[in-house]
Write a protein that binds this ligand. Structure first.
Ligand SMILES: Cc1ncc(COP(=O)(O)O)c(C=O)c1O
Length: 456
């Protein structure tokens, strides 16, 4: 067998990307107030800002798009997607939404009340923001290993069951449901083991609490289980996914990840307990429940995408790609969240900028340096994203300063990864010249998207 693992697809349609000079990038970043979210995409060479909705669809998906039934109510495309989702999740109720955060908003608004508390391994930023907006406390209970970037552990996304039990023992009356995010995006794209999902569900059940999973990347999580958890070596990805879902009472999904589509999301629920409230909010803000803010063609593309997302050859290549970049970073002496996650590599900015004070936002500074050096756009997952300016004016900081390079699905080839590895190594060599930032303007929620910065 040849050792080279190739992209398991060939390219049918191409989209040019544009080289810029360093002088141009300096000007463009200044104009963007030192916030890469404000750059125009055409000014970015390699866009690893997110894997969300940015991937390439297959010829089968584009073909399915032509089958889209655009009827307002009861469209054929809805029922086709519903049967695919029911088969994978085993859940009776399926509600499409235009993306993941809409699923969160609809479900949380239907179920949660101010003063409640939702435990999770780690809430993604939109999940946390949607809960906090309703006055609900979002508690992250990932295992301690999950917070140590350099430590190798097969399932760093696991929730700490002892801490979850302590929360349930002391504050069960505040908990409407428990959550698990698979894979754990905020904690490094790290998987959750089947054993942990099973035990978490059982613990919640003891206290009469449902388990809601955030399943944006359930296919990648299933592949990690297959590769790392004894007993699953010979189980298909679909069967692993079905078992993962069997422990949950409901799920929210941003289909823009493992759904392999550019837009879409959904809620699934096992029982109809919350369905009236969910349906009412859905109609109020997303649309009639058989389209939920999506076109019929989007529903068709997702029905195909969910099956392609579970393809084992694709998943093996995908996880290996991240691992390969990790190996290149290691060779350059750059720390990253170990082992590499499913959809991204999370560089530890402190290993590039060990002297930079946290108040100068080293993760943000590294992110800007990658753009200036090679036109690469990543995203800070650190104290700009998760810190806060309190009403007292005091700043809080995050426990890690990471820069996430998230890979759109089926989009970049090995030479793009080789180029990026060279750029990152160069940035590390010239780290002494990297400047920190201060925040000069910030909104109250999700500040990283729109904040404005200045060089320190
Ligand atoms: C774990 C997780 N949950 C929820 C979301 C929100 O999904 P969307 O961007 O589709 O609103 C994301 C998106 O990045 C995510 O990674």
């Amino acid at each position: 067998m040849p050792r080279t693992l190739i992209e398991p697809f060939r390219i049918k349609s191409v989209e040019p990307i544009r080289m810029t000079t360093r002088a141009e990038r300096e000007r463009l970043l200044e104009a963007a107030r030192l916030n890469v979210f404000k750059l125009r995409a055409e000014d970015v060479l390699i866009d690893w800002l997110t894997d969300s909705g940015t991937g390439a669809m297959s010829s089968r998906q584009w073909g399915a798009i032509m089958e889209g039934d655009e009827s307002y109510a009861g469209a054929r495309s809805f029922y086709r997607l519903e049967s695919v989702i029911q088969d994978i999740t085993g859940m009776k109720y399926f509600v499409p939404t235009h993306q993941g955060r809409a699923a969160e908003r609809v479900l949380f608004s239907a179920v949660c009340r101010s003063g409640q508390l939702v435990p999770n391994n780690c809430h993604f930023d939109t999940t946390r923001a949607n809960l906090e907006f309703l006055g609900v406390e979002a508690q992250d209970l990932v295992i301690a290993e999950g917070l140590q970037p350099a430590l190798i552990h097969p399932f760093k996304g696991n929730i700490d069951l002892a801490r979850l039990e302590a929360v349930l023992q002391t504050q069960a009356d505040r908990v409407p449901f428990g959550m698990l995010t698979v894979t754990n995006n905020t904690g490094g794209g790290q998987p959750v083991s089947m054993a942990n999902i099973r035990a978490c569900a059982a613990l919640l059940k003891q206290y009469g609490k449902p388990l809601i999973m955030d399943v944006c990347r359930f296919c990648e999580n299933a592949m990690f289980i297959k590769m790392r958890e004894p007993g699953y070596e010979n189980t298909s990805i679909k069967a692993i996914a079905q078992e993962m879902f069997s422990y949950a009472d409901g799920a929210t999904m941003s289909a823009k990840k493992d759904g392999m589509v550019n837009i879409g999301g959904f809620i699934v629920l096992r029982s109809d307990e919350w369905m009236d409230a969910v349906r009412n909010l859905e109609i109020l803000t997303e649309g009639f429940p058989t389209y939920g803010g999506l076109a019929g063609r989007d529903l068709e593309a997702l029905a195909v995408g969910l099956l392609e997302g579970m393809d084992e050859d694709y998943l093996r290549y995908r996880l290996r790609t991240a691992e390969y970049l990790g190996e290149r970073l290691q060779a350059a002496g750059i720390g990253f969240m170990q082992p590499t996650g499913g959809h991204a590599v999370y560089m530890d900015a402190r290993t590039v900028l060990p002297e930079m004070p946290v108040a100068h936002y080293p993760g943000w500074a590294l992110c800007n340096a990658l753009y200036l050096e090679g036109g690469i756009r990543g995203v800070e997952i650190g104290s700009v994203m998760f810190g806060k300016r309190l009403d007292s004016g005091v700043e809080t900081y995050h426990s890690m300063e990471l820069v996430r390079l998230a890979f759109p699905r089926r989009m970049y080839t090995q030479s793009h990864f080789d180029y990026a590895a060279e750029v990152i190594a160069d940035v590390k060599q010239h780290a002494a010249a990297i400047r920190g930032v201060r925040l000069v303007k910030q909104p109250r929620y999700l500040r990283h998207f729109t904040c404005e910065c200045a060089w320190v």
